[in-house]
Design a protein around this ligand. Structure first.
Ligand code: GLY
Length: 332
């Protein structure tokens, strides 16, 4: 079993990665001293071992449409009726939307109860479940209401991945592809387990250095400025990782247009993203002006249009003139 530490002082925790990682859950619950567990699960809980404490199963549905405040309230009310105390534990089991919503409910209920994540999608294993970001969407934007709430442990059980359809793999590959440009090196062709370990190791180092996303952690948003806009412009028919893949190619082109990197490195963006089987171009029919408007409302955009871009000193957050964005959109 691989173990990656997210070093955060007395809130440090381990991410366990490998087949059968879910078997560690009863020991982790016992170690927390929890007497009850509320299990928010998008998977049949027959997958889980006996937790060793009385548990309440709360079925959840993965997907952006349930990433809403009303779901947080629903879960917290069920926690209350079950008698969950702040010394007990919430367990989340599902994709990134499930770990995000259950994580936010855990952050808010009794002003914070321990949470253990069991991410079941590649996307959630390589990114969403690690680092303590929890959030729900508003009609006005994605992830606009949330909290930093670090889990007590993350169990990335690779057995869960065996049943994933092709598009779910692509969804995770988008995040793995962007790791190529923010310090993970070339992960193409490696076994999935090694790709997950490398992505989580990179993320753990950035989260340890900048838990609250004030600087270095922004690097994880490589490809995400356009990515988030594409998700919203397509009403989420483009999956997060698919959109991040296109956003990563765009970030390479933008860095090239600004003279920050040479053509070979621009081309590398397209090759890496295509190498994971992902699309590299913006779907036809999307209005560039609308994409710019959506990118302006990105949380990282303090004044205008902000992108994490590669450059001579490595990737950094850069404000980009609208005219350059529009010209580059026309070529992507
Ligand atoms: N998914 C980006 C972050 O956790 O900061």
């Amino acid at each position: 079993m691989n173990e990656v530490e997210v070093a955060l002082g007395d809130r440090s925790y381990s991410v366990h990665i490998g087949p059968g990682a879910r078997s560690l859950l009863p020991g982790i619950i016992a170690g927390l001293g929890a007497r009850r567990a509320a299990v928010v699960s998008a998977r049949p809980t027959g997958w889980l071992p006996d937790l060793g404490v009385p548990s309440l199963e709360l079925p959840f549905r993965d997907g952006e449409s349930d990433k809403r405040l009303t779901q947080v309230e629903r879960l917290c009310r069920r926690f209350a009726r079950f008698g969950l105390t702040r010394s007990d534990v919430v367990v989340s089991c599902g994709g990134g939307t499930t770990t995000d919503v259950a994580g936010l409910a855990a952050a808010l209920y009794h002003r914070g109860v321990p949470v253990v994540h069991l991410p079941t999608s590649l996307l959630a294993q390589v990114d969403a479940s690690v680092g303590g970001k929890t959030a729900v969407n508003l009609p006005e934007g994605k992830n606009l209401v949330g909290a930093f709430w670090q889990p007590s442990a993350v169990l990335c059980d690779t057995d869960f991945l065996d049943t994933l359809p092709r598009r779910e793999w692509l969804n995770g590959y988008g995040e793995i592809a962007r790791c190529h440009f923010i310090g993970a090196g070339d992960l193409r062709g490696l076994p999935a387990l090694d790709q997950i370990v490398a992505s989580v190791t990179l993320k753990a180092s950035l989260v340890s250095a900048d838990e609250h996303d004030r600087g270095l952690r922004h690097l994880l948003n490589y490809g995400h400025t356009l990515g988030h806009a594409l998700e919203r412009a397509t009403d989420f028919s483009l999956r997060h990782g698919e959109a991040v893949g296109i956003g990563t190619v765009f970030a390479g082109r933008l860095a090239g247009a600004l003279g920050r990197i040479g053509q070979a490195r621009v081309d590398e963006h397209g090759e890496v993203v295509a190498g994971y089987g992902l699309a590299t171009t913006i779907p036809a029919g999307l209005d560039p002006a609308r994409l710019v408007e959506l990118m302006r409302s990105d949380k990282k955009a303090l004044h205008g249009l902000s992108f994490v871009l590669d450059g001579p000193q490595g990737p950094e957050l850069v404000e980009v003139p609208e005219s350059v964005v529009l010209d580059t959109l026309a070529q992507t």
